[in-house]
Design a protein around this ligand. Structure first.
Ligand SMILES: Nc1ncnc2c1ncn2[C@@H]1O[C@H](COP(=O)(O)OP(=O)(O)OP(=O)(O)O)[C@@H](O)[C@H]1O
Length: 236
């Protein structure tokens, strides 16, 4: 469960990236986070990932209240999350394998575990045969798959995606979307920021809609054409 309770993010005096945002997402849900460019989608995801602190309000993940979180608890919290970025932020001087292994190396995993988990993650995203390639020789869609494998390699409970299909053509976007749906089907909560209207129209998941930093709507869509909505987005 993710809950925002009257969360604001003021980046300059009187200038808000988010203002008074409250909502609850159930564990295991898939939710689109939508809104125009500059609406506050990245800011909201950065707050969930605790890459940024709210100016006011509280954020709750499961039974953890961020307001009460101690610095030594933060690494364990981050281990529960995977993040996928639009520009995938890959290390171009390392192999695909090393890129995916990165969070595990930081997390102090043993090499045998790293090998097993990276191989499994690459298999899940269809890149098992590309492990020792350089990411730069792969296509845009394949590079985004590397970013997804890196996000899921530590088996997070929560997957945050910031416009992960932003630079991809529609067919590849739909394939990437299917991957997120598969992770969701195996129990991972997904919060997926996008303003791609064709994805929003095709997959009828609940939405959190931002406009100029304010939550303007949360909806439960009717039966989707392709997706399997689970959970509920509730604005409060
Ligand atoms: N640290 C900051 N310094 C200056 N402006 C900021 C800062 N953080 C957020 N903003 C502003 O807050 C607003 C929300 O930004 P944010 O990146 O969250 O929007 P977004 O919906 O993700 O946009 P996009 O789709 O273009 O990525 C924007 O107007 C942005 O310029």
């Amino acid at each position: 469960m993710i809950a925002f309770d009257q969360v604001s993010l003021e980046y300059l005096p009187g200038r808000y990236a988010l203002e008074d945002v409250s909502f609850t997402l159930n564990a295991g849900s898939f939710t689109f986070l939508t809104g125009h460019s500059g609406a506050g989608k990245s800011s909201l995801l950065r707050l969930v990932a605790r890459l940024e602190r709210p100016s006011s309000g509280d954020i709750q993940i499961g039974n953890i209240h961020y307001n009460q979180l101690k610095p030594r608890q933060e690494p364990a919290l981050r281990q529960q999350m995977g993040i996928v970025f639009q520009d995938n932020q890959l290390l171009t001087d390392r192999s695909v394998f090393d890129n995916v292994a990165f969070p595990l190396i930081i997390g102090g995993y043993r090499y045998a575990d790293i090998k097993t988990r990276v191989s499994a993650a690459l298999k899940r995203v269809g890149l098992a045969d590309k492990a020792f390639e350089n990411p730069q020789v792969l296509s845009g869609g394949e590079q985004q798959r590397i970013g997804i494998a890196r996000a899921v390699v530590a088996r997070p409970k929560l997957l945050l995606a910031d416009e992960p299909t932003g630079n991809l053509d529609p067919d590849i976007s739909a394939e990437i979307m299917q991957l997120f749906m598969q992770f969701n089907a195996s129990g991972v909560t997904v919060l997926f920021a996008t303003h791609d209207q064709s994805l929003l129209n095709t997959f009828g998941y609940p939405r959190l809609q931002l406009n100029q930093g304010r939550l303007t709507g949360a909806s439960m869509e009717s039966t989707p054409q392709t997706g399997h909505p689970s959970g509920r987005a509730t604005a409060r």
